[in-house]
Design a protein around this ligand. Structure first.
Ligand SMILES: O=C(O)CCC(=O)C(=O)O
Length: 257
């Protein structure tokens, strides 16, 4: 299975795409419940402190985010058939929090630190991509993920007055419903806007993938987790090229309950 021409065009032009309703209501409710049981509630109010990890050991539903059938064609398209999960974290934010660094990061034309987006011969090449699963709605005005659409291809530096969030006409908040998935290239100028919804937290889970030869994070992720499938274990391997196996796209996962 491949992505459609429309999906490819959107990704290339915007640097991101939102896939509607990939998780169903029951899955979201169960995942919310797990988060609460794991103590992820009333998060501290700053983007760095509101992050949480280790959720791949929270059960099958969480492990299956790694190679969910809806995202597999995007991983193949954006990273090629040999890719790896580099790091992952969740975000739980309450209204009234601060946003560190005014919320935007990554400049135009970055090719250092593994953060890049290129196309060559009709193929996309990315240093790092993000698959962000929304477990709560982020409606317009409520904050959450923001970006300058198309900036992953920018060649001129972002003007300093447009590298922050105040009165920035270039920045868009990307609205999402619980169950939607946002996929973006890390080369996009993007960030987090303070959460303003007082009724519920922002809950998102972000999985970040690299091509086979690259490692972004300091360490390799723990793959010693009970229940991981052989394909999931392969995706969790460290960076290397020689004799690395391709990640098969056509293996089914157990059907969602
Ligand atoms: O989803 C967000 O709030 C932005 C996350 C982010 O900045 C990142 O993935 O680098």
């Amino acid at each position: 299975m491949t992505i459609t021409a429309e999906e490819r065009y959107m990704l290339d032009v915007q640097g991101y795409i939102v896939l509607d309703q990939v998780l169903n209501k029951d899955q979201i409710a169960r995942m919310q419940e797990t988060m609460t049981v794991q103590g992820i509630k009333d998060p501290e109010n700053s983007p760095s402190k509101s992050r949480f990890g280790n959720f791949l050991s929270w059960g099958e539903e969480w492990r299956n985010l790694i190679d969910h059938p809806r995202i597999m064609p995007f991983l193949h398209e954006m990273l090629g058939p040999k890719f790896r999960l580099d790091h992952a974290y969740g975000m739980a934010m309450r209204a009234g929090g601060e946003v560190i660094g005014e919320g935007l990061h990554h400049q135009s034309a970055m090719f250092n630190h593994g953060c890049y987006y290129l196309t060559h011969n009709n193929v996309m090449h990315n240093g790092l991509i993000v698959v962000s699963w929304a477990l709560t709605d982020a409606i317009p005005g409520h904050g959450g993920f923001i970006c300058i659409p198309g900036s992953h291809k920018g060649q001129f530096p972002v003007p300093p007055e447009w590298y922050g969030l105040k009165n920035n006409p270039m920045v868009r908040q990307v609205p999402m419903k619980a169950g939607d998935v946002l996929i973006f290239t890390e080369a996009l100028t993007h960030g987090t806007q303070a959460w303003t919804n007082t009724k519920n937290e922002r809950r998102s889970v972000l999985l970040k993938y690299c091509p086979l030869y690259m490692q972004w994070a300091k360490g390799v992720m723990n793959s010693d987790i009970e229940g991981l499938t052989p394909r999931q274990k392969l995706i969790l391997e460290g960076a290397y090229v020689w004799e690395r196996a391709a990640v098969k796209a056509d293996e089914a996962q157990p059907a969602a309950k």
